[in-house]
Design a protein around this ligand. Structure first.
Ligand code: AMP
Length: 130
């Protein structure tokens, strides 16, 4: 899939749409998700035009890759959910339609501020029900 310059995160990056910014540097922008699923629900996106994680893994420079990972850690620290303060969080990436991705600009979801639960056990429970 080619990158769509009109996706909502591209517009946020260009400043055409507002966001509740948490952090920004040369490589990433982080802001709060508009529809939070946990007490803390942040998004971290690379500044480069990457559709999804596969696209990023294939095309991004080493500098961009390091920048994104360091950006995630910096955001977790800023939000007070990092391991070094005894907390933790879930980092999640949806990839393409089968993976549940809606916005076609790579983004990491960071869920925290509470115990986020065991994702795998939820899936097993759903399988029991259906
Ligand atoms: P995904 O399903 O992984 O593509 O997630 C897209 C996420 O973007 C969802 O959690 C949305 O709530 C979130 N989202 C969509 N529009 C905005 C926006 N304008 N500002 C912040 N978050 C948004």
């Amino acid at each position: 899939m080619s990158y769509d310059d009109n996706n909502i995160f591209a517009k946020i990056l260009r400043g055409e749409i507002p966001c509740k910014k948490i952090y920004e540097d040369d490589f990433v922008l982080s802001f709060y998700d508009i529809n939070p699923q946990k007490k803390i629900h942040a998004l971290v996106i690379p500044k480069g035009k990457y559709v999804d994680l596969d696209d990023f893994s294939q095309k991004a420079s080493s500098e961009e890759m390091v920048g994104l990972l360091k950006g995630i850690n910096t955001v977790a620290k800023k939000l007070g959910i990092s391991v070094d303060v005894g907390k933790g969080y879930r980092a999640l990436v949806n990839i393409n339609e089968d993976g549940g991705q809606e916005v076609p600009h790579l983004h990491f979801h960071l869920f925290g501020g509470e115990k986020v639960g065991k994702m795998v056990s939820w899936i097993l429970k759903l399988k029991e029900i259906f």
